[in-house]
Design a binder for this molecule. Structure first.
Ligand code: ASP
Length: 590
């Protein structure tokens, strides 16, 4: 391989194949850097040693594919390249064969010259030649292999579940497949193997795993694709701690194998309510402190209308102390900072600076002296600090301040590099309440067990019911979710009815699951961790597209194949389909 010749092989004859990375002529000799995924080696072509090979070399262009035979030799005095693993040697070529020619390249295969993403995805097969993509996808391979290895050691059995499934509500929109044999009927691509893995438990496979492809028809963001891969797990006879220890073992082992970084275990467990109160997020970045403070008690009798109103309505005042924020300008706070708070639902962002003489600027004039004393004590604030606040509905205020905390962290460089801070967020609410319709929907999915202490709240205050659902979070990114499942048909029916499914609807959609649970379902629970996101975090990329071989663009197209594409009318007719494009797209694949 091109990256392997070393000085110790001096005089040995080698055969190499690869791509022309670079060619230059110097002093009557031709030099070619030949590349494969292991690295680059310098070839030298001397007209006096091998005139024919030299003629071939002189015709070569970038990215031509060559096979050469030659001798490993030390480089001439002073021409070592310490940046290359092969930098002390060259291969003196005797025979050179062109295996393939290449036209002028539409993009560079060097990491330093990154093309526009659309071009990269249009020529993804060339983009994949870049060392960074090679590194990312090979790390992904090692990661998945290690997960399988450790799963096998722990007694997990890989079961392939179908990818043509009934359409079931699991939170996102389904991709549908029209059925030709049953006109008017559809299959769906699975949003996850959820129901099948639960049925495997009923089937006596007490430790199921699958590296599972899942599909969700959602708008794409930096960390979303229509199709993605999960490490999907389900286990019988377990509680939360059993699931946690399996995942800690698997992920820490695979992380070290693939990314050569130790991940200490066990990971901290933080209940959802605490994560929201301390970090303003259900996926807190715990690489740094700077936690939020609920200062509602300080402002119970506030003369500041915004705070008073929020508290009277049962809301909260949430604050963040920003050490070193004393130099921030009003312009910046009322520009970028306010924008962040507003984006996350806050009506405004209040602020005041703490100076030697007390609070100044912003809302300082509304802070009474004894409030100032208690505020400073609550935040352990000191002169030179800035304090920012949001008031309103508790969850909204926390979320907005969570976003402000991250903004401040970037602004002041609070986030340490090179750390992986994993944690479990536990006891998620069972339901999400839509404030407009008053209807609840599952926060995780409808098969999640409620917290036993909160079961009594189901009828009166469903939004207060906690669940036995949990997430893995690392560096502020949600890496996966899971829960203990309901196996009691009565409890499952109660949840369906809280969600507004009639018994009839529940039977139509999930009848097979309810039926299965009549025949001795073992108690069970599981987890699904996003492989794409884990590898993204592990290799230090900021988009999952950098760790997926052939991803879609952010507008959901594939410029390489030009898909999605129209199909011939006969094909549509066969499956009984008529398409009525709402807004014709001039060119797909964007
Ligand atoms: N099926 C769930 C998901 O894809 C994970 C689980 O509950 O195991 O998010």
């Amino acid at each position: 391989m091109c990256g392997t010749p070393r000085l110790a092989q001096q005089g040995e004859r080698v055969v190499l194949a690869g791509w022309v990375n670079h060619r230059r002529d110097h002093g009557g000799l031709t030099f070619i850097d030949l590349r494969d995924h292991t690295g680059v080696v310098q070839l030298t072509f001397n007209p006096e040693v091998a005139p024919e090979a030299k003629l071939v070399a002189d015709r070569c262009r970038l990215e031509w594919v060559l096979r050469v035979e030659g001798q490993v030799a030390p480089r001439p005095e002073g021409s070592d390249n310490p940046n290359l693993a092969t930098g002390e040697v060259e291969v003196r070529v005797e025979l050179c064969e062109v295996l393939a020619q290449a036209e002028a390249m539409p993009l560079s295969t060097a990491d330093e010259a990154l093309a526009d993403e659309r071009v990269r995805l249009q020529y993804r097969y060339l983009d994949l030649r870049r060392p960074r993509m090679q590194r990312n996808l090979r790390a992904r391979h090692r990661f998945v292999k290690a997960l399988r290895d450790v799963g096998d050691q722990l007694g997990f059995v890989e079961i392939e579940t179908p990818t043509m499934v009934p359409s079931t509500p699991e939170g996102a929109r389904d991709f549908l497949i029209p059925s030709r044999l049953w006109p008017g009927h559809v299959w769906a691509l699975p949003q996850s193997p959820q129901l099948y893995k639960q049925l495997s438990m009923v089937g006596g496979f007490d430790r199921y795993m699958q590296i599972a492809r899942c599909w969700r028809d959602e708008d794409l963001r930096a960390d979303r694709q229509f199709e993605f891969t999960q490490l999907d797990l389900e286990m019988s006879f377990v509680d939360e701690e059993d699931v946690f220890s399996v995942l800690e073992a698997m992920v820490s082992f695979a992380w070290e194998s693939a990314f050569e970084t130790k991940v200490p275990i066990p990971w901290p467990r933080i209940p959802f309510a605490d994560a929201m109160a301390r970090f303003g997020s259900d996926k807190p970045d715990t690489r740094f402190g700077h936690e939020l403070s609920d200062v509602s008690a300080v402002f119970a009798g506030s003369s500041f209308r915004v705070f008073r109103q929020a508290l009277e309505e049962g809301g909260a005042v949430v604050a963040l102390r920003v050490p070193g924020g004393g130099d921030l300008t009003r312009g910046e706070l009322e520009g970028a900072w306010l924008e962040v708070a507003r984006t996350y639902g806050a009506a405004g962002l209040a602020y005041a600076w703490l100076r030697e003489g007390g609070y100044e600027g912003g809302i300082a004039k509304f802070i009474a002296e004894e409030e100032a004393g208690r505020l400073t004590a609550a935040l352990s604030a000191a002169p030179g600090d800035l304090v920012v606040f949001t008031a309103g509905h508790r969850r909204v205020a926390q979320t907005a301040m969570g976003a402000v905390r991250l903004h401040a962290a970037r602004r002041f460089g609070w986030i340490p590099e090179g750390r992986f801070d994993f944690l479990w967020v536990t006891e998620f609410p069972l339901f999400e309440l839509d404030p407009l319709t008053g209807r609840v929907s599952p926060m995780h999915h409808p098969f999640t067990q409620p917290h036993p202490d909160d079961w009594g709240l189901l009828a009166s205050a469903p939004e207060k019911v906690r669940s036995r659902a949990y997430d893995i979070v690392c560096n502020g990114v949600e890496l996966g979710s899971g829960s203990l499942r309901i196996t009691d048909p009565q409890q499952q029916s109660a949840i369906f009815s809280a969600l507004g499914f009639s018994l009839e609807e529940a039977r139509t959609k999930f009848g097979f699951l309810l039926e299965a649970f009549r025949y001795g379902p073992p108690p069970h629970g599981g987890f699904a961790a996003g492989i794409d996101r884990m590898v993204m975090v592990g290799v230090g990329e900021s988009s999952i597209r950098e760790v997926i071989a052939f991803p879609k663009t952010q507008t959901g197209g594939d410029p390489m194949t030009g898909s999605p594409t129209p199909v011939a009318p006969e094909q549509l007719e066969e499956v009984g389909l008529q398409l009525s494009p709402k807004a014709p797209r001039p060119s797909a694949g964007g």
